[in-house]
Design a protein around this ligand. Structure first.
Ligand SMILES: Nc1ncnc2c1ncn2[C@@H]1O[C@H](COP(=O)(O)OP(=O)(O)OP(=O)(O)O)[C@@H](O)[C@H]1O
Length: 316
């Protein structure tokens, strides 16, 4: 287990977090800008002294140890590879530091270069690589010494969308294969859901919800979490009543609205995403969002709408 209880204060900001995460899993720290994700990561890494608390990994107290003795690897957004070293030497760096025997070191570096698809670049310097390649080197370098815990701060943050997607699936496979315990900071909910077996949602220095991605998505703790995760159909008690639901706040899960038959509503806005289409509808005087495969509807069209009350969940 990675277990921690940490406090840190800055003017106008107080972090207070207790967490217990199973080893061998990837967890995602998800929260808006300024919620304390990077601060928490730095406290765990030992790069920042806490005002109080402790960090334990597999029962061992890491709190008094300096960063280099915690067995923790990091990848931060502005990767900071060693510019004067080749890719090979960058990946070998932590192993040399840890005095790995020469043969084991060579085998481990080769293994990671292969796994990250970097063999052809082994003898280049970082500045001769693309952004995505540099990011792969940073991952290989962090994973090489088999850290007991890998901390990743927005590891895909600086990349363009297509490259981000490509690296996301790469990182997902790599973390699974290496079975590293990893904590990934992101403010992108899709990235968190795809990478992690467990999601930790942070708000203003506190953990507000922890759980499997599916559970957090379908049972957000409150309206704030629901909205932060990208849910759009959050109904006030009055709106709920107009839709025939009990008079209290509800969240409509995706799939709650069916188009075709039923009482008619009006398409107010049509959003074309390519594979999907989003529609903002006015139905019974409530503005509702529907998303799915091309329904062949234009703005101003009338359409029958049905609500599945089983997918309307009460929310605070
Ligand atoms: N060295 C510092 N001195 C004072 N305040 C700080 C310091 N570092 C961070 N903070 C404050 O702590 C809060 C949390 O910052 P942190 O970087 O952990 O947030 P974050 O969730 O990682 O945000 P982002 O997604 O934007 O990186 C912010 O309000 C920030 O201004």
């Amino acid at each position: 287990m990675l277990e921690l209880k940490l406090q840190k204060r800055y003017p106008g900001f107080a972090l207070e977090v207790s967490l217990a995460l199973p080893e061998g899993e990837t967890a995602a720290l998800l929260g808006p800008s300024g919620s304390g994700k990077s601060t928490l990561l730095k406290l765990i890494a030992g790069l920042l002294p806490p005002d109080g608390g402790w960090v334990r990994l597999g029962g061992m107290d890491l709190t008094p140890l300096p960063p280099e003795r915690r067995g923790v690897g990091f990848v931060f957004q502005d990767y900071a590879l060693f510019p004067h070293l080749t890719v090979w030497d960058n990946v070998a760096f932590g192993l040399v530091e840890a005095r790995w025997p020469r043969e084991a070191l060579r085998a481990r570096v080769e293994e990671l270069l292969e796994r990250t698809g970097l063999q052809a670049h082994a003898h280049k310097k970082p500045q001769a690589l693309s952004g995505g390649e540099q990011q792969r080197v940073a991952l290989a370098r962090a994973l090489a010494p088999r850290p007991r815990l890998l901390l990743l701060d927005e590891p895909l943050g600086a990349l363009d969308l297509r490259l981000k997607e490509e690296l996301l699936f790469f990182l997902r496979r790599l973390l699974k294969e290496e079975r590293t315990t990893a904590l990934v900071v992101t403010h992108d909910q899709e990235e968190a859901f795809l990478l992690a077996q467990r999601v930790v949602v942070m708000r203003e220095g506190k953990v507000v919800q922890t759980g499997r991605p599916e559970a957090v998505w379908t049972r957000p703790k409150d309206a704030w979490v629901a909205r932060f995760l990208g849910h759009k159909n959050l109904l006030s008690p009055e709106e709920s009543a107009r839709l025939g639901l009990p008079q209290r706040a509800h969240l409509l899960l995706p799939g709650a609205l069916d188009l075709g038959t039923g009482e008619e509503g009006v398409v107010e806005e049509r959003l074309f995403f390519g594979a999907r289409v989003g529609l903002w509808l006015s139905w019974r005087g409530v503005r509702l969002y529907w998303e799915g495969a091309e329904p062949g509807l234009e703005e101003g069209d009338r359409v029958g709408v049905r609500l599945d009350p089983a997918l309307a969940i009460p929310i605070d």
